[in-house]
Design a protein around this ligand. Structure first.
Ligand SMILES: Nc1ncnc2c1ncn2[C@@H]1O[C@H](COP(=O)(O)OP(=O)(O)OP(=O)(O)O)[C@@H](O)[C@H]1O
Length: 248
């Protein structure tokens, strides 16, 4: 599944409804993720950010509504296929402890039976862009700093060149200075290899730093979805204004 870069939205949710234990979280929820842009979802704990991400990667099935990926409607039965086109990185990183950093990064490409030369070429490219040298790549996860492990996790998520990248608090486990460095690495890669990114974060400052668009969520609804500058200069509700004031 290739993303046509002229496609307005690489991911589209149409009229999604979802309840947990008869408690509605999403009701008639629609959302479009702009192609080859970074979109941040910001909102308080429990507003539905991670659930939205799980709907997009097929981990959760909506009660009602449609999901379109790269212009095609997908059904829950295709989830294995559609997930192959998505990279996924989370706060907990989840590197395999018995594999070196390099082997963590290349594992999926090996499973996909890429040639050894393509694997090594892709690994070198990502490692260079993310500032990971040979010494770091040969270490095991317990020998890495939090920031190094996060960059390894990002490289792993991007190994197969997924057109869509889902990041759930993927930058939050490190100190602010290391985080700034990782932002720079990440943005450099996004410049050379643009992809459609959904970034889930509590941190409005991170959203402003990294994203093209911000969607602010409150209790299963998007209360503002606009380019970053607009969210900052013209917050649509008091809640968005508070987020902007308190965090920027
Ligand atoms: N599998 C589940 N079963 C029941 N309730 C769930 C389930 N998953 C999520 N919820 C509920 O749905 C709501 C939204 O959860 P979600 O994890 O999407 O929030 P979030 O915005 O990502 O929060 P946080 O920022 O704390 O991670 C919460 O009230 C949560 O308790």
């Amino acid at each position: 599944m290739q993303v046509d870069s002229t496609l307005k939205a690489a991911v589209e949710l149409r009229n999604i409804s979802l309840s947990f234990d008869s408690q509605p979280l999403f009701q008639n929820f629609s959302f479009e993720l702009p192609t080859e842009k970074i979109t941040a979802i910001v909102g308080a704990s429990g507003c539905g950010k991670s659930t939205l991400l799980k709907l997009i990667n097929g981990l959760i099935q909506p009660d009602d509504g449609e999901i379109h990926i790269c212009g095609q409607q997908v059904s829950h039965n295709d989830q294995a296929e559609w997930r192959r086109h998505m990279g996924y990185a989370v706060q907990q990183i989840g590197l395999f402890p018995h594999l070196s950093a390099a082997n963590n990064v290349v594992l999926l490409a090996q499973l996909e039976q890429w040639t050894e030369s393509s694997i090594q070429e892709r690994l070198s490219y990502l490692a260079e862009k993310m500032g990971l040298d040979q010494a770091i790549l040969s270490r095991f996860p317990h020998e890495l700093s939090g920031g190094q492990a996060q960059r390894v996790g990002l490289c792993r998520a991007m190994m197969l060149k997924p057109p869509i990248l889902l990041l759930d608090e993927a930058f939050s486990a490190v100190d602010p200075i290391t985080r700034m460095d990782i932002y720079q690495y990440f943005l450099r890669l996004q410049e050379t290899e643009p992809r459609t990114v959904l970034l889930i974060t509590h941190d409005m400052r991170e959203a402003v730093k990294l994203s093209d668009h911000i969607a602010v969520m409150q209790q299963g609804e998007i209360v503002q979805f606009a380019p970053v500058e607009q969210v900052v200069s013209q917050p649509a509700t008091d809640y968005v204004a508070r987020l902007v004031q308190e965090h920027i």
